[in-house]
Write a protein that binds this ligand. Structure first.
Ligand code: COI
Length: 332
């Protein structure tokens, strides 16, 4: 049995080696390159591939992989929004993802950043760097005084709710699917509009499906409370970035936590030092004292990365052995 893995980073290698040690019967080979129509041939002779990338898995890429004889593909991440599903189906692909590798990694990041925005910590940091050690005028808001509105109550949303409750916040939630436990406890409001009207902090934990694209826009921001904090650690396209910038400029939006960004592909996780920065809007957001930008690092913990590697390899191994993988992706 042979499994070929794409885009393996240095920080993933120890976990890949750990899996190899535990599966001596499997030949594992890998590259640091992304899966593209050109690199697909590297997988020739393998029974399955383990992948992670933000670059699209286009029809052309999937075709090239199928031509190399591989149609069993295991993602090391959650999101499947960058796969050409129609093509995958047509070619008879079997795909798995890792839907739960560490909800805490992402939820913790959202909570920490939301709290930092409320305390205006970045303003203090920027003043400190200039050796201005005065308090005023950047007085903080306590988490316990906020109504926190959680959009999406899947694994990540639920952990985020627990953390914010730990700080003493009043938590409300909206989801088209109601979790029975949360329902019993009365967390759900009836509509997104209601959540927008009531929440001081709004955090998104929903997937990038067409219905959710630009759910945060000029109209939804208009419905929100003055001084709202918006948190997006989910997917860039959920937020109309220009609308949030207008909200920040008018003072309606108190702060913005942005770990995912509409224009992030090809920009995040690259070193731009000494080079021309490619996105003026992003540069402006990074420089704002009430905006906390991180380059899609909410997931990036040892706990999460280990699970992403191990669970993806487990899934792929099951598929190539003709067994039912733990977390198959439904193709359309
Ligand atoms: C996911 O798992 O879908 C993520 O967003 C993290 C990934 C970009 C590594």
């Amino acid at each position: 049995t042979k499994i070929f893995a794409y885009a393996i980073r240095k920080d993933e290698e120890p976990f890949l080696n750990e899996w190899k040690e535990a599966h001596k019967d499997v030949e594992v080979d890998y590259t640091d390159q992304l899966l593209t129509p050109e690199t697909a041939k590297l997988a020739k002779g393998a029974d399955g591939v383990v992948v992670y990338q933000q670059l699209d898995y286009t029809a052309e890429t999937l075709q090239a992989l199928a031509d190399a004889g591989v149609t069993k593909m295991s993602l090391r991440n959650v999101g499947v929004d960058n796969i050409d599903m129609d093509k995958a189906k047509e070619l008879g692909f079997e795909i798995t993802n890792v839907p739960v590798y560490s909800p805490n990694a992402i939820a913790e990041h959202a909570a920490i950043q939301a709290a930092r925005v409320l305390r205006q910590d970045k303003v203090t940091d920027m003043k400190m760097a200039k050796r201005d050690l005065r308090w005023a005028p950047n007085i903080g808001r306590e988490v316990r005084d906020q109504v926190v509105g959680v959009v999406g109550t899947g694994h990540i949303g639920q952990v985020f709710m627990q953390i914010m409750e730990g700080f003493g916040a009043k938590v409300i939630a909206f989801d088209i699917f109601h979790n029975p436990e949360l329902e019993k406890k009365g967390y759900y409001v009836d509509s997104l509009d209601e959540l927008y009207k009531k929440a001081d902090v709004i955090s998104l934990h929903v997937p990038d499906v067409p219905a959710n694209v630009h759910m945060i826009n000029d109209d939804s921001i208009k419905e929100m409370k003055d001084g709202v904090v918006i948190v997006n650690v989910s997917r860039g396209p959920l937020v109309d970035t220009d609308a949030v910038i207008r909200g920040l400029d008018s003072g309606k939006v108190f702060g913005f936590v942005m770990d995912t960004y509409e224009g992030e592909v090809g920009v995040f996780n690259k070193d731009w030092q000494g080079k021309e920065f490619p996105d003026a809007r992003l540069a402006d957001l990074i420089d704002r004292p009430n905006v906390l930008v991180t380059p899609h690092t909410a997931f990036y913990t040892t706990h999460a990365v280990r699970n992403m590697v191990v669970k993806a390899f487990d899934n792929n191994y099951a598929m190539v052995e003709g067994k039912e993988p733990e977390t198959p992706v439904k193709l359309g």
